[in-house]
Design a protein around this ligand. Sequence first.
Ligand SMILES: [Zn+2]
Ligand SMILES: [Zn+2]
Length: 234
Amino acid sequence: MHQLPIRVLPAEHESGHGFVLRALTRNGLNFSRAAAWLNLPWKTAIRDTDVRQWSWAVRVDSDWLDHRIPSSRQHEGHMSYGFMGSRWRGAHSFRLRNPQVCTACIRERQYCSATWDLMGVCLCATHRIHLTDTCFHCRKPLQWNRPGIDLCTCKRYLTHAAPQAPVDDRVVRWVEWVSMRLTEIGPFAHDPLLAGLPPELSIDGTYKVLLAFGLKTKEHEVLPATVWGRALIA
Ligand SMILES: [Zn+2]
Ligand SMILES: [Zn+2]
């Protein structure tokens, strides 16, 4: 067993899974073939217990990859997950089993952003288009075990539906705020859109409040209760 011959360098704020996929496909492999070669099981995503072997295989610092793969641990009596330096309450906060991409970003810069691995992120604030989690051609959900970051398992290029449904400016601001919190170190300005929420609330906590109540559109608005999966993130 050898490390991969062609070394790929990580990009800034790149997804851990996206990076490993990019490194594997540069070397003519995919996740399931590489897992068999490393004698690791493969289901849908990298297990946090296997990060060291994957980082060795693709020749990247294991702390760098560990930072970008959700890792579970018992914290104050319940399971929590570490991802990009923040804590998250449950595995349902992540999109790792059903990855999503901005097809325009992928075409332009050829790597996946770590923010796309979050359930609460549904669009690209740069291109103002919804993220794609289903192949436009074969209609199957995207997988990490695909032949390239810009290719579906059906071997056709990932593309988004056209015309696109219009994006909501408030959701763009939410995604911008999440991206900033996820990737920047130090104090953050609290977005006025989230006025009234304690600034020390985590990204995960803020997301759950938004799921429960939605977003204010004007001052002193009384927000109706919403239900999981509806309302803010359509
Ligand atoms: Zn984009
Ligand atoms: Zn397809």
